[in-house]
Write a protein that binds this ligand. Structure first.
Ligand code: EPZ
Length: 426
C-alpha cells in the first residue's frame, strides 16, 4: 500500500508539463478495436486507466507494443468477439467503450458492466438507448450487458435525454461502422469528444459536427490504421492552475490548449489570480487575498465537474463565503468530510456547498475518496501548514501521471511512501 506525504506551505514556482488527456486516451484505445488495423497512439499518460484499457483489449486479442513510455502500437486485426475479464472491466467507467467498439465491428458483444469513481448512480441508459436505436437488442443481467444484432447495426437518429460524454463517444465509436448514417442530437461538446472523432476520421471514418450538439456519422467498412497524438489533459492543467493559486505561487503550465480551460481561467481571474495565455501554455500566479465566488458545474464549455473538488480547496482559502453548485453528480461532495479534517468550513445542502473561507488549512491524515477528490487533497496538503498524509492514493494514480514528481520539481515538499502490508508475512 502507498500514501502521499506532504510538508505544506511552499509556494510552487517553475514550469510544469501537462500529460495526455485520460478521458480522450481511454476511448481512443477502445476505438482502435472498432478500426481493426494497426494504430500508433502517442502522448498517452502513464496512468492506471490507460494500462487497464490496454490490458482489456489485449485480453480479447489486440497486440500491444510499447514504442516509448507514452506511445503504443495497437494491432487489433485479430481481435475476437470474446468478452473481456470482468475484474478488468469493472475497474473503470471507460471500459464501456469496449461495447460500442465491439458492437460496431462484430454486431454483438457481451461484457461486464463498467466500474469507476463512486459519484452517484452513473446509469448507462443513454448508451443503451443509442445501441437499441442502432438496431441492437440489449439485455442487462447479473452484472453483464449483452448487446446483440442479427446482421450488424444500422444508422439512426438519436436524441439524448441528457448531455452524456460517454454516451456520445460510445455512439460515435459504434456508428462509424453502421450501415447508413447516424445523427446524434443533444450531444456532448467536450474536447475529448472531438479528439475521438478526429482520431476516427484519421482512420477513414466520416464524422462531422463533433464539438457541437449535433454530430453526423456516415458509416463505412473502409477503416484503416493511423498515427495519432492525444490532446493535453484540460483537467490536469486546471489542477495545476489551482495549485499555483492555492500556494501563492507562479507556474508556467506547458502543453495546454487554452481554449479548453477558458471556464477555469475565467473563475481564477474572477477570484483575483493572474492567468496569462500563450499558444500552448498558461502562466498562473497569485499573491494576496482570493475573492469568494460562486461556481456552477456544467457540461463543456461550462465549468467542469471534474474540477469541483480542486476548486473547492481554493474557495476554502478565499476571503469570504463562496458557493459550489454541482449539477452533474449527486455524490460529488464526498471530499468535503476529508477537507473538514483539515479545518475547512463547508456546509453541503443537497447539491450546493457553502464554503466559508478560512485563513489557512491545517495538515491532517486524509483519504482520496475518488480520483478528483484525491488530487484536491494533494492541493490542500500543499497549501496547508504542517504534514499531510493521503491514503488510498490508487484513486489518484488512475488519472494523474507522475504527479508527486511533477509537484516536487516546482518546489513542493511531497513524496510517495510505501507502507508494508501488516498482513503479508515476509
Ligand atoms: C465522463 O464520465 C468522464 N469519465 C467523467 O470524468 C466526467 O465527470 C464526465 O464525463 C462528465 O464530464 C470518463 O470520460 C471516463 P456522462 P461519463 O455520461 O461519460 C448521467 C474523471 O474524474 N448519465 O457525461 O460517465 C450521469 O449520471 C471522471 O475523469 C445518465 O443519466 O459522464 C451524469 O449525471 C469522473 N445516463 C451525467 O449524465 C447515461 O446513460 C453526465 O454523465 C449516461 C450518463
Amino acid at each position: 500500500m502507498e500514501k502521499i506525504v506532504i510538508d505544506g506551505g511552499n509556494a510552487l514556482h517553475g514550469r510544469i508539463e501537462v500529460s495526455g488527456m485520460k478521458n480522450a486516451a481511454v476511448p481512443i484505445i477502445f476505438a482502435c478495436v472498432a478500426v481493426g488495423d494497426i494504430c500508433v497512439i502517442e502522448n498517452l499518460p502513464c496512468i492506471s486507466d490507460v494500462e487497464t484499457s490496454l490490458e482489456i483489449i489485449s485480453s480479447i486479442g489486440a497486440r500491444i507494443r510499447y514504442l516509448s513510455e507514452n506511445s503504443v502500437e495497437i494491432d487489433s486485426r485479430d481481435v475476437s468477439p470474446a468478452s473481456a475479464p470482468c475484474e478488468l472491466v469493472n475497474k473503470m467507467r471507460g471500459s464501456y467503450y469496449l461495447i460500442g467498439a465491439m458492437l460496431g465491428r462484430f454486431g454483438s458483444v457481451m461484457a461486464g458492466l463498467p466500474g469507476g469513481c463512486d459519484l452517484g448512480a452513473r446509469p448507462i441508459d443513454q448508451h443503451i438507448k443509442a445501441f437499441e436505436a442502432l438496431g441492437a437488442e440489449v439485455t442487462v443481467d447479473g452484472g453483464f450487458i449483452d448487446v446483440q444484432t442479427k446482421s450488424g447495426i444500422t444508422g439512426a437518429g438519436i436524441y439524448f435525454d441528457c448531455v452524456t460524454v460517454g454516451g456520445t463517444i460510445n455512439t460515435i465509436i459504434a456508428a462509424v461502422r453502421a450501415k447508413g448514417t447516424t445523427i446524434i442530437e443533444n450531444a456532448a461538446r467536450e474536447p475529448h469528444v472531438v479528439d475521438v472523432a478526429n482520431f476516427l476520421n484519421y482512420c477513414g471514418a466520416n464524422i462531422t459536427g463533433a464539438g457541437t450538439d449535433t454530430i453526423k456519422i456516415k458509416g463505412t467498412e473502409d477503416l484503416h490504421g493511423c498515427s495519432y497524438a492525444i490532446i493535453p489533459d484540460m483537467i490536469e492543467a486546471g489542477t495545476f492552475m489551482i495549485a499555483a493559486a492555492a500556494t501563492h505561487g507562479r507556474l508556467y503550465i506547458n502543453n495546454v490548449i487554452p481554449k479548453h480551460i477558458d471556464a477555469i481561467s475565467a473563475k481564477l481571474v474572477e477570484m483575483g489570480a493572474s492567468v496569462e495565455e500563450f499558444d500552448d501554455a498558461v502562466l498562473v500566479s497569485h499573491k494576496g487575498a482570493l475573492s469568494p465566488v460562486t461556481i456552477k458545474t456544467m457540461p463543456y464549455p461550462g465549468f467542469p465537474t471534474d474540477m469541483n473538488p480542486q476548486a473547492a480547496v481554493l474557495l476554502c482559502l478565499a476571503n469570504g463565503t463562496s458557493r459550489m453548485h454541482e449539477t452533474i453528480y449527486e455524490n460529488r461532495f464526498r471530499y468535503v468530510e476529508e477537507l473538514k479534517r483539515m479545518g475547512a468550513n463547508i456546509r453541503v445542502d443537497k447539491n450546493i456547498a457553502t464554503i466559508m473561507g478560512v485563513d489557512q488549512l491545517s495538515a491532517a491524515t486524509v483519504r482520496a475518496v475518488d480520483l478528483r477528490a484525491g488530487v484536491a487533497m494533494v492541493i490542500a496538503g500543499l497549501a496547508a501548514r504542517g504534514r499531510t498524509e493521503i491514503d488510498d492514493i490508487y484513486h489518484i494514480e488512475r488519472g494523474y501521471d507522475n504527479i508527486t514528481n511533477k509537484f516536487k520539481a516546482v518546489g513542493a515538499n511531497i513524496h510517495k511512501v510505501v507502507i508494508p502490508d501488516p498482513f503479508v508475512t515476509i
